[in-house]
Write a protein that binds this ligand. Structure first.
Ligand code: ACO
Length: 175
């Protein structure tokens, strides 16, 4: 497995990752994907709680660069570099695997990878690869018989490097 750059950690999304006053914001990281809209902290907390109640179904992970202190450090005395405190650094990458429960294949489970995002200034450091490796491992641990995703043509080489192969065609219906 590729080593992460020094001071970078992979961890689950945390309740505090919407701290817009600091530079840790998870939502900001997603801006490389599409428009995010205006999401209040209350809205974020509601969605976070929804996902947390389904923690065998939704797995959202982030990579945090702990070398970058948050703009509003909690306490100068309590900080220990070896302790991973969510929100101390800056979120630089994110991704989700959603575990679908099927009837076919003897009540089979399928992992769906969604919303893979690496901040523009952090791309090319194998962070995307690490996010995908971690989500694949989660899918496997959960018992999925396959993990699938939809992507644009330009991302095909990236996903091939991550061990995926072309299967079928993605179709969409936009309301
Ligand atoms: N074309 C060819 N090769 C690529 C590309 C590309 N577009 N992107 C990455 N690679 C290769 C890298 O060169 C590297 O190869 P190597 O191991 O031989 O050196 C390997 O793939 C791994 O690359 P990473 O450094 O891990 O890629 P990165 O961290 O930049 O993440 C990602 C890739 C997620 C596509 C990132 O560029 C990104 O966030 N882009 C914008 C948002 C986006 O398109 N997200 C994916 C949407 S699809 C979905 O969410 C299911």
């Amino acid at each position: 497995q590729e080593r992460l750059p020094a001071g970078y950690v992979v961890r689950p999304l945390a309740r505090t990752d919407n701290q817009v006053r600091s530079n840790t914001s998870f939502l900001k990281t997603l801006e490389v994907l599409t428009t995010i809209g205006t999401i209040s902290d209350e809205d974020f907390q509601k969605r976070f709680q929804y996902l947390k109640q389904r923690n065998d179904e939704y797995f959202t992970i982030v990579i945090e660069d702990m070398n970058v202190p948050a703009t509003t450090p909690r306490s100068a005395t309590s900080s220990s570099p070896s302790l991973v405190t969510p929100g101390r650094g800056k979120i630089v990458a994110a991704g989700t695997v959603l575990v679908e429960r099927k009837f076919i294949r003897q009540l089979g489970l399928v992992g769906h990878i969604e919303d893979i995002a690496v901040s523009a200034d952090q791309q090319g450091k194998k962070l995307g690869l690490r996010i995908i490796e971690t989500l694949k491992a989660i899918g496997q641990q959960q018992g999925c018989y396959k993990v699938i995703l939809d992507c644009s043509e330009k991302n095909v080489p990236f996903y091939e490097k991550c061990g995926f192969e072309r299967r079928g065609v993605e179709m969409g219906w936009y309301v």
